[in-house]
Design a protein around this ligand. Structure first.
Ligand code: ADP
Ligand code: MG
Length: 444
Protein backbone atom coordinates (compact mmCIF):
# COMPACT_ATOMS: atom_id res chain seq x y z
CA UNK A 1 0.00 0.00 0.00
CA UNK A 2 1.62 3.28 -1.03
CA UNK A 3 2.08 5.90 1.64
CA UNK A 4 -0.67 8.48 2.08
CA UNK A 5 0.23 11.75 0.40
CA UNK A 6 0.98 14.53 2.77
CA UNK A 7 -1.66 17.21 2.95
CA UNK A 8 -0.39 20.71 2.09
CA UNK A 9 0.96 22.29 5.25
CA UNK A 10 -1.71 24.08 7.26
CA UNK A 11 0.93 25.97 9.18
CA UNK A 12 4.01 27.48 7.71
CA UNK A 13 6.90 25.02 8.37
CA UNK A 14 8.63 27.73 10.37
CA UNK A 15 5.54 27.98 12.53
CA UNK A 16 5.55 24.25 13.13
CA UNK A 17 9.20 24.34 14.19
CA UNK A 18 8.43 26.92 16.83
CA UNK A 19 5.05 25.59 17.88
CA UNK A 20 6.48 22.21 18.88
CA UNK A 21 9.06 23.52 21.35
CA UNK A 22 6.57 26.14 22.47
CA UNK A 23 4.08 23.38 23.09
CA UNK A 24 6.52 21.41 25.23
CA UNK A 25 7.32 24.46 27.31
CA UNK A 26 3.68 25.42 27.53
CA UNK A 27 2.73 21.98 28.89
CA UNK A 28 5.15 22.48 31.76
CA UNK A 29 3.93 25.97 32.30
CA UNK A 30 0.28 25.12 32.20
CA UNK A 31 0.65 22.17 34.51
CA UNK A 32 1.61 24.54 37.28
CA UNK A 33 -0.35 27.58 36.25
CA UNK A 34 -3.89 26.26 36.10
CA UNK A 35 -6.23 23.80 37.67
CA UNK A 36 -7.54 22.44 34.42
CA UNK A 37 -9.50 19.25 33.94
CA UNK A 38 -7.60 16.35 32.43
CA UNK A 39 -7.88 16.60 28.68
CA UNK A 40 -8.36 13.95 26.02
CA UNK A 41 -10.31 11.80 28.45
CA UNK A 42 -13.95 11.19 27.74
CA UNK A 43 -16.33 12.47 30.34
CA UNK A 44 -18.66 10.01 31.90
CA UNK A 45 -20.83 12.84 33.28
CA UNK A 46 -22.12 16.02 31.83
CA UNK A 47 -19.62 18.79 32.30
CA UNK A 48 -19.94 20.33 35.72
CA UNK A 49 -17.39 23.05 34.94
CA UNK A 50 -15.56 22.75 38.22
CA UNK A 51 -12.38 24.08 36.74
CA UNK A 52 -13.50 27.59 35.93
CA UNK A 53 -15.60 30.11 37.67
CA UNK A 54 -19.11 29.95 36.20
CA UNK A 55 -19.78 33.61 36.93
CA UNK A 56 -16.69 34.59 35.04
CA UNK A 57 -17.78 32.50 32.03
CA UNK A 58 -21.24 34.05 32.18
CA UNK A 59 -19.78 37.57 32.43
CA UNK A 60 -17.47 36.99 29.48
CA UNK A 61 -20.20 35.31 27.43
CA UNK A 62 -22.52 38.27 27.97
CA UNK A 63 -20.05 40.57 26.25
CA UNK A 64 -20.53 41.08 22.50
CA UNK A 65 -18.21 39.44 20.01
CA UNK A 66 -15.83 41.76 18.27
CA UNK A 67 -16.32 41.52 14.50
CA UNK A 68 -13.00 40.39 13.06
CA UNK A 69 -11.68 41.92 9.86
CA UNK A 70 -8.61 41.17 7.80
CA UNK A 71 -7.57 44.74 8.58
CA UNK A 72 -7.64 43.87 12.31
CA UNK A 73 -5.28 41.04 11.68
CA UNK A 74 -2.72 42.99 9.70
CA UNK A 75 -2.75 46.07 11.88
CA UNK A 76 -0.02 44.85 14.25
CA UNK A 77 2.02 43.07 11.67
CA UNK A 78 3.65 45.67 9.49
CA UNK A 79 7.43 45.51 9.68
CA UNK A 80 9.54 46.41 11.50
CA UNK A 81 8.11 44.42 14.37
CA UNK A 82 9.17 45.81 17.72
CA UNK A 83 8.59 44.42 21.19
CA UNK A 84 5.89 46.99 21.78
CA UNK A 85 4.03 45.94 18.59
CA UNK A 86 4.13 42.38 19.86
CA UNK A 87 2.72 43.50 23.21
CA UNK A 88 -0.07 45.37 21.45
CA UNK A 89 -0.83 42.30 19.34
CA UNK A 90 -0.85 40.08 22.46
CA UNK A 91 -3.16 42.45 24.33
CA UNK A 92 -5.45 42.77 21.32
CA UNK A 93 -5.57 38.96 21.08
CA UNK A 94 -6.28 38.78 24.79
CA UNK A 95 -9.11 41.25 24.46
CA UNK A 96 -10.85 38.93 21.97
CA UNK A 97 -10.21 35.31 22.83
CA UNK A 98 -11.66 34.85 26.35
CA UNK A 99 -14.98 36.30 25.18
CA UNK A 100 -15.01 34.07 22.13
CA UNK A 101 -14.20 30.96 24.15
CA UNK A 102 -16.83 31.80 26.79
CA UNK A 103 -19.47 32.17 24.06
CA UNK A 104 -18.61 28.68 22.80
CA UNK A 105 -18.71 27.20 26.30
CA UNK A 106 -22.18 28.67 26.82
CA UNK A 107 -23.37 27.34 23.46
CA UNK A 108 -22.11 23.86 24.33
CA UNK A 109 -23.82 24.06 27.72
CA UNK A 110 -27.05 24.97 25.96
CA UNK A 111 -27.11 21.71 24.01
CA UNK A 112 -29.50 19.06 25.36
CA UNK A 113 -28.10 17.35 28.44
CA UNK A 114 -27.83 13.97 26.75
CA UNK A 115 -25.93 15.46 23.84
CA UNK A 116 -23.35 17.30 25.90
CA UNK A 117 -22.92 14.10 27.93
CA UNK A 118 -21.65 12.31 24.86
CA UNK A 119 -17.94 11.59 25.39
CA UNK A 120 -16.90 13.25 22.13
CA UNK A 121 -18.95 16.40 22.61
CA UNK A 122 -17.87 16.70 26.23
CA UNK A 123 -14.25 16.29 25.15
CA UNK A 124 -14.68 19.35 22.97
CA UNK A 125 -16.34 21.14 25.88
CA UNK A 126 -13.36 20.23 28.06
CA UNK A 127 -11.00 21.61 25.47
CA UNK A 128 -12.77 24.96 25.59
CA UNK A 129 -12.77 25.01 29.37
CA UNK A 130 -9.09 24.19 29.34
CA UNK A 131 -8.26 26.91 26.83
CA UNK A 132 -10.25 29.53 28.69
CA UNK A 133 -8.57 28.54 31.95
CA UNK A 134 -5.16 29.15 30.36
CA UNK A 135 -6.18 32.69 29.42
CA UNK A 136 -7.88 33.74 32.63
CA UNK A 137 -4.60 34.37 34.50
CA UNK A 138 -3.94 37.16 31.98
CA UNK A 139 -7.31 38.83 32.50
CA UNK A 140 -6.22 41.22 35.20
CA UNK A 141 -3.05 42.49 33.60
CA UNK A 142 -1.55 43.81 30.43
CA UNK A 143 1.25 42.00 28.64
CA UNK A 144 4.21 44.33 28.64
CA UNK A 145 7.28 42.19 29.21
CA UNK A 146 9.00 39.83 26.81
CA UNK A 147 8.74 36.96 29.28
CA UNK A 148 4.96 37.38 29.47
CA UNK A 149 4.70 37.67 25.72
CA UNK A 150 6.66 34.45 25.20
CA UNK A 151 4.48 32.63 27.72
CA UNK A 152 1.39 34.03 26.09
CA UNK A 153 2.57 32.81 22.67
CA UNK A 154 3.01 29.38 24.21
CA UNK A 155 -0.57 29.53 25.43
CA UNK A 156 -1.65 30.43 21.90
CA UNK A 157 0.30 27.47 20.51
CA UNK A 158 -1.41 25.21 23.05
CA UNK A 159 -4.79 26.62 22.07
CA UNK A 160 -4.25 25.92 18.37
CA UNK A 161 -2.99 22.42 19.13
CA UNK A 162 -5.78 21.60 21.59
CA UNK A 163 -8.50 22.37 19.07
CA UNK A 164 -6.81 20.84 16.04
CA UNK A 165 -9.00 17.71 15.94
CA UNK A 166 -12.32 19.37 16.74
CA UNK A 167 -14.06 18.60 13.46
CA UNK A 168 -13.89 14.79 13.31
CA UNK A 169 -14.57 14.60 17.05
CA UNK A 170 -17.68 16.77 16.84
CA UNK A 171 -18.80 14.95 13.70
CA UNK A 172 -18.57 11.68 15.52
CA UNK A 173 -20.30 13.02 18.61
CA UNK A 174 -23.25 14.40 16.67
CA UNK A 175 -23.58 11.21 14.64
CA UNK A 176 -23.80 9.23 17.86
CA UNK A 177 -26.42 11.66 19.19
CA UNK A 178 -28.56 11.91 16.12
CA UNK A 179 -31.52 10.27 17.93
CA UNK A 180 -31.58 13.07 20.48
CA UNK A 181 -31.19 16.22 18.42
CA UNK A 182 -32.80 17.28 15.15
CA UNK A 183 -30.64 17.64 12.02
CA UNK A 184 -31.64 21.31 11.84
CA UNK A 185 -30.38 21.95 15.37
CA UNK A 186 -27.13 20.12 14.62
CA UNK A 187 -26.54 22.18 11.49
CA UNK A 188 -27.30 25.42 13.33
CA UNK A 189 -24.97 24.55 16.19
CA UNK A 190 -22.15 23.32 13.94
CA UNK A 191 -22.42 26.24 11.58
CA UNK A 192 -22.11 28.76 14.40
CA UNK A 193 -19.47 26.74 16.22
CA UNK A 194 -17.23 26.05 13.25
CA UNK A 195 -17.52 29.61 11.96
CA UNK A 196 -16.52 30.94 15.36
CA UNK A 197 -13.65 28.46 15.45
CA UNK A 198 -12.28 29.80 12.16
CA UNK A 199 -11.95 33.27 13.66
CA UNK A 200 -10.60 32.12 17.02
CA UNK A 201 -7.93 30.00 15.42
CA UNK A 202 -6.97 32.77 13.05
CA UNK A 203 -6.53 35.27 15.90
CA UNK A 204 -4.29 32.84 17.80
CA UNK A 205 -2.28 31.86 14.72
CA UNK A 206 -1.80 35.47 13.75
CA UNK A 207 -0.19 36.29 17.07
CA UNK A 208 2.04 33.19 16.86
CA UNK A 209 3.07 34.13 13.31
CA UNK A 210 3.87 37.72 14.30
CA UNK A 211 5.88 36.49 17.27
CA UNK A 212 7.85 34.22 14.93
CA UNK A 213 8.51 36.87 12.36
CA UNK A 214 10.01 39.02 15.09
CA UNK A 215 12.48 36.27 16.05
CA UNK A 216 15.92 36.68 14.48
CA UNK A 217 16.66 32.94 14.72
CA UNK A 218 13.43 31.77 13.11
CA UNK A 219 12.25 34.49 10.86
CA UNK A 220 9.04 33.82 9.10
CA UNK A 221 9.88 33.93 5.41
CA UNK A 222 13.52 34.64 6.34
CA UNK A 223 15.07 35.85 3.14
CA UNK A 224 12.10 37.86 1.99
CA UNK A 225 11.67 39.53 5.34
CA UNK A 226 15.26 40.72 5.26
CA UNK A 227 15.16 42.16 1.78
CA UNK A 228 11.70 43.61 2.38
CA UNK A 229 10.07 41.60 -0.40
CA UNK A 230 7.91 39.41 1.83
CA UNK A 231 4.23 39.61 1.03
CA UNK A 232 3.21 37.96 4.30
CA UNK A 233 1.82 39.72 7.32
CA UNK A 234 1.53 36.91 9.79
CA UNK A 235 -0.87 34.33 8.38
CA UNK A 236 -2.06 36.68 5.64
CA UNK A 237 -0.46 36.80 2.22
CA UNK A 238 -1.03 40.24 0.74
CA UNK A 239 -0.24 39.03 -2.79
CA UNK A 240 -1.72 35.57 -2.81
CA UNK A 241 -1.89 33.95 -6.23
CA UNK A 242 -4.87 31.55 -6.25
CA UNK A 243 -3.49 29.71 -9.31
CA UNK A 244 -0.54 28.54 -7.22
CA UNK A 245 -2.77 27.22 -4.45
CA UNK A 246 -4.94 25.47 -7.03
CA UNK A 247 -1.91 23.62 -8.39
CA UNK A 248 -0.78 22.59 -4.87
CA UNK A 249 -4.25 21.33 -4.00
CA UNK A 250 -4.58 19.60 -7.35
CA UNK A 251 -1.41 17.65 -6.73
CA UNK A 252 -2.62 16.51 -3.28
CA UNK A 253 -6.12 15.61 -4.49
CA UNK A 254 -4.73 13.81 -7.58
CA UNK A 255 -2.69 11.55 -5.37
CA UNK A 256 -5.53 10.54 -3.08
CA UNK A 257 -7.75 10.11 -6.14
CA UNK A 258 -5.23 7.81 -7.76
CA UNK A 259 -4.88 5.81 -4.54
CA UNK A 260 -8.64 5.30 -4.35
CA UNK A 261 -9.58 4.90 -8.01
CA UNK A 262 -6.34 4.26 -9.88
CA UNK A 263 -6.86 7.28 -12.16
CA UNK A 264 -6.40 11.03 -11.91
CA UNK A 265 -8.32 13.50 -14.04
CA UNK A 266 -6.43 16.53 -15.33
CA UNK A 267 -7.06 20.11 -14.27
CA UNK A 268 -6.73 23.05 -16.61
CA UNK A 269 -6.49 26.57 -15.29
CA UNK A 270 -7.60 29.40 -17.53
CA UNK A 271 -8.95 32.93 -17.28
CA UNK A 272 -6.62 35.30 -15.42
CA UNK A 273 -4.19 32.99 -13.62
CA UNK A 274 -1.91 35.86 -12.58
CA UNK A 275 -4.59 37.44 -10.41
CA UNK A 276 -3.48 38.16 -6.85
CA UNK A 277 -5.35 39.17 -3.73
CA UNK A 278 -4.75 39.59 0.00
CA UNK A 279 -6.09 36.56 1.81
CA UNK A 280 -5.32 33.73 4.20
CA UNK A 281 -3.58 30.97 2.21
CA UNK A 282 -4.62 28.16 4.57
CA UNK A 283 -8.28 29.10 4.14
CA UNK A 284 -8.04 29.08 0.38
CA UNK A 285 -6.18 25.80 0.57
CA UNK A 286 -8.94 24.19 2.62
CA UNK A 287 -11.72 25.39 0.31
CA UNK A 288 -10.00 24.48 -2.94
CA UNK A 289 -8.97 21.06 -1.68
CA UNK A 290 -12.58 20.27 -0.79
CA UNK A 291 -14.00 21.60 -4.06
CA UNK A 292 -11.43 19.75 -6.13
CA UNK A 293 -12.05 16.52 -4.19
CA UNK A 294 -15.74 16.78 -5.06
CA UNK A 295 -15.01 17.48 -8.73
CA UNK A 296 -12.47 14.65 -8.96
CA UNK A 297 -14.77 12.14 -7.30
CA UNK A 298 -17.76 13.04 -9.51
CA UNK A 299 -15.59 12.96 -12.64
CA UNK A 300 -14.14 9.52 -11.92
CA UNK A 301 -17.33 7.94 -10.59
CA UNK A 302 -19.20 9.00 -13.73
CA UNK A 303 -16.48 7.54 -15.94
CA UNK A 304 -15.51 10.92 -17.36
CA UNK A 305 -11.87 10.95 -16.27
CA UNK A 306 -10.80 11.89 -19.78
CA UNK A 307 -12.69 15.19 -19.46
CA UNK A 308 -10.48 17.75 -17.76
CA UNK A 309 -11.74 19.71 -14.79
CA UNK A 310 -11.66 23.36 -15.77
CA UNK A 311 -10.75 26.02 -13.24
CA UNK A 312 -11.34 29.57 -14.42
CA UNK A 313 -9.94 32.50 -12.48
CA UNK A 314 -11.54 35.89 -12.97
CA UNK A 315 -10.41 39.05 -11.23
CA UNK A 316 -13.53 40.67 -9.83
CA UNK A 317 -13.22 44.43 -9.50
CA UNK A 318 -16.60 44.59 -7.85
CA UNK A 319 -16.67 42.55 -4.65
CA UNK A 320 -19.56 40.26 -3.87
CA UNK A 321 -22.74 41.89 -2.56
CA UNK A 322 -22.87 42.93 1.08
CA UNK A 323 -22.20 39.91 3.22
CA UNK A 324 -24.76 38.71 5.71
CA UNK A 325 -24.36 40.06 9.21
CA UNK A 326 -22.55 37.02 10.54
CA UNK A 327 -19.70 37.73 8.22
CA UNK A 328 -17.82 40.18 10.32
CA UNK A 329 -16.86 42.67 7.67
CA UNK A 330 -17.40 46.10 9.01
CA UNK A 331 -16.45 48.78 6.49
CA UNK A 332 -16.37 51.47 9.18
CA UNK A 333 -13.54 49.59 10.81
CA UNK A 334 -11.57 49.07 7.63
CA UNK A 335 -7.95 50.01 7.46
CA UNK A 336 -7.70 53.67 6.42
CA UNK A 337 -5.05 52.82 3.84
CA UNK A 338 -7.30 50.25 2.21
CA UNK A 339 -8.66 51.21 -1.17
CA UNK A 340 -12.43 51.57 -1.32
CA UNK A 341 -12.99 48.51 -3.41
CA UNK A 342 -10.91 45.58 -2.27
CA UNK A 343 -10.07 43.53 -5.34
CA UNK A 344 -11.70 40.16 -5.26
CA UNK A 345 -11.52 37.05 -7.35
CA UNK A 346 -14.03 34.53 -8.62
CA UNK A 347 -12.90 30.98 -9.24
CA UNK A 348 -15.18 28.65 -11.19
CA UNK A 349 -14.56 24.92 -10.92
CA UNK A 350 -16.34 23.07 -13.72
CA UNK A 351 -16.58 19.30 -13.94
CA UNK A 352 -18.42 16.94 -16.25
CA UNK A 353 -19.16 14.48 -13.48
CA UNK A 354 -22.94 14.21 -13.94
CA UNK A 355 -24.09 16.96 -11.54
CA UNK A 356 -26.09 16.64 -8.34
CA UNK A 357 -29.49 14.97 -8.40
CA UNK A 358 -32.40 17.35 -7.74
CA UNK A 359 -33.46 15.42 -4.63
CA UNK A 360 -30.00 15.86 -3.08
CA UNK A 361 -29.52 19.47 -4.05
CA UNK A 362 -31.22 20.88 -0.95
CA UNK A 363 -29.13 18.72 1.38
CA UNK A 364 -25.62 19.41 0.16
CA UNK A 365 -25.11 22.26 2.62
CA UNK A 366 -26.03 20.17 5.66
CA UNK A 367 -23.12 18.98 7.81
CA UNK A 368 -22.75 15.21 7.46
CA UNK A 369 -24.72 14.96 4.21
CA UNK A 370 -22.78 12.75 1.84
CA UNK A 371 -23.51 10.38 -1.01
CA UNK A 372 -20.09 8.82 -0.60
CA UNK A 373 -19.75 5.12 0.08
CA UNK A 374 -23.45 4.52 0.70
CA UNK A 375 -22.98 0.88 -0.03
CA UNK A 376 -19.89 0.60 2.17
CA UNK A 377 -21.11 2.35 5.29
CA UNK A 378 -23.67 0.45 7.25
CA UNK A 379 -26.68 2.09 8.79
CA UNK A 380 -25.39 4.93 10.92
CA UNK A 381 -28.68 5.09 12.76
CA UNK A 382 -27.61 1.95 14.60
CA UNK A 383 -24.49 3.69 15.79
CA UNK A 384 -22.32 1.28 13.84
CA UNK A 385 -18.79 1.71 15.13
CA UNK A 386 -17.06 0.86 11.86
CA UNK A 387 -19.06 3.39 9.96
CA UNK A 388 -18.38 6.03 12.56
CA UNK A 389 -14.69 5.22 12.45
CA UNK A 390 -14.67 5.48 8.70
CA UNK A 391 -16.33 8.86 8.81
CA UNK A 392 -14.20 10.23 11.60
CA UNK A 393 -11.09 9.02 9.82
CA UNK A 394 -12.16 10.73 6.63
CA UNK A 395 -12.29 14.08 8.30
CA UNK A 396 -9.37 13.55 10.61
CA UNK A 397 -6.57 13.74 8.13
CA UNK A 398 -8.33 15.01 5.01
CA UNK A 399 -6.74 12.17 3.09
CA UNK A 400 -10.02 10.62 2.00
CA UNK A 401 -11.63 11.87 -1.14
CA UNK A 402 -15.02 12.26 0.56
CA UNK A 403 -17.19 10.85 3.31
CA UNK A 404 -17.53 13.33 6.13
CA UNK A 405 -20.07 15.53 4.38
CA UNK A 406 -18.37 18.68 5.71
CA UNK A 407 -16.56 19.84 2.56
CA UNK A 408 -19.25 22.12 1.14
CA UNK A 409 -20.70 23.62 4.35
CA UNK A 410 -17.32 24.18 5.96
CA UNK A 411 -15.80 25.42 2.71
CA UNK A 412 -18.62 27.96 2.49
CA UNK A 413 -18.02 28.98 6.11
CA UNK A 414 -14.37 29.69 5.27
CA UNK A 415 -15.31 31.60 2.12
CA UNK A 416 -17.91 33.70 3.92
CA UNK A 417 -15.66 34.50 6.84
CA UNK A 418 -14.17 37.45 5.00
CA UNK A 419 -17.13 38.27 2.80
CA UNK A 420 -16.83 35.71 0.01
CA UNK A 421 -19.27 33.01 -1.04
CA UNK A 422 -19.67 29.60 -2.64
CA UNK A 423 -22.46 28.87 -5.10
CA UNK A 424 -23.17 25.51 -6.68
CA UNK A 425 -24.83 25.21 -10.09
CA UNK A 426 -25.70 21.67 -11.06
CA UNK A 427 -26.68 20.55 -14.52
CA UNK A 428 -28.09 17.15 -13.63
CA UNK A 429 -26.86 14.46 -15.97
CA UNK A 430 -24.04 16.65 -17.20
CA UNK A 431 -21.87 18.30 -14.57
CA UNK A 432 -21.39 20.88 -11.86
CA UNK A 433 -20.10 24.44 -11.78
CA UNK A 434 -18.97 25.75 -8.41
CA UNK A 435 -18.38 29.51 -8.06
CA UNK A 436 -16.03 30.50 -5.29
CA UNK A 437 -15.95 34.25 -4.69
CA UNK A 438 -13.31 35.76 -2.49
CA UNK A 439 -13.07 39.30 -1.30
CA UNK A 440 -9.55 40.55 -0.81
CA UNK A 441 -8.37 43.12 1.66
CA UNK A 442 -7.39 45.74 -0.85
CA UNK A 443 -4.18 47.76 -0.71
CA UNK A 444 -2.35 47.26 2.56
P1 ADP B 1 -18.53 14.75 0.95
O1 ADP B 1 -17.65 15.09 -0.22
O2 ADP B 1 -17.75 14.27 2.14
O3 ADP B 1 -19.64 13.83 0.56
P2 ADP B 1 -19.37 17.50 0.66
O4 ADP B 1 -19.99 18.46 1.61
O5 ADP B 1 -18.08 17.89 0.04
O6 ADP B 1 -19.22 16.11 1.43
O7 ADP B 1 -20.41 17.21 -0.49
C1 ADP B 1 -21.71 16.76 -0.17
C2 ADP B 1 -22.33 16.02 -1.34
O8 ADP B 1 -22.58 16.95 -2.42
C3 ADP B 1 -21.45 14.95 -1.96
O9 ADP B 1 -21.53 13.73 -1.24
C4 ADP B 1 -22.04 14.85 -3.36
O10 ADP B 1 -23.20 14.05 -3.36
C5 ADP B 1 -22.48 16.28 -3.66
N1 ADP B 1 -21.50 16.99 -4.52
C6 ADP B 1 -20.67 17.99 -4.12
N2 ADP B 1 -19.92 18.44 -5.16
C7 ADP B 1 -20.28 17.70 -6.23
C8 ADP B 1 -19.88 17.67 -7.62
N3 ADP B 1 -18.93 18.49 -8.09
N4 ADP B 1 -20.48 16.78 -8.44
C9 ADP B 1 -21.44 15.94 -7.97
N5 ADP B 1 -21.87 15.91 -6.69
C10 ADP B 1 -21.30 16.78 -5.83
MG1 MG C 1 -16.47 16.66 -0.40
Amino acid sequence: MPAMPARPAILDPCLIRIVCPLKQRSRRLLATATHQLPRNQPWSHPPASTSIDNDQVARLASRPLHPLTLADLVQHGRPPLSASTLFTSANFTLSLLPIRLAHRIQALRNLPFIVVSNPHISRIYNNYVHSLSTLLPYQERQINTLEDEIQFTEVMADLVQTHADTIPILARGFLECRKYISPGDVTRFLDEHLRARIGTRLIAEQHIALHLSSQPHCTHNDQHAQDGSSTSIGVIDTALRPAEIIRQCESFVSEICELKYGVRPTVIINGQPDTRLAHVPTHLEYILTELLKNAFRATVESGKERDPIEVTIAAAPDPSPSPPESIHLDPSRADPTTSNTPPGVTIRIRDHGGGISPENLDDIWAYSFTTFGDEELLDLGNGNADALNAISGAGGDSSSLAGLGYGLPLGRAYAEHFGGSIMVQSLWGWGTDVYLKLRGLGKI
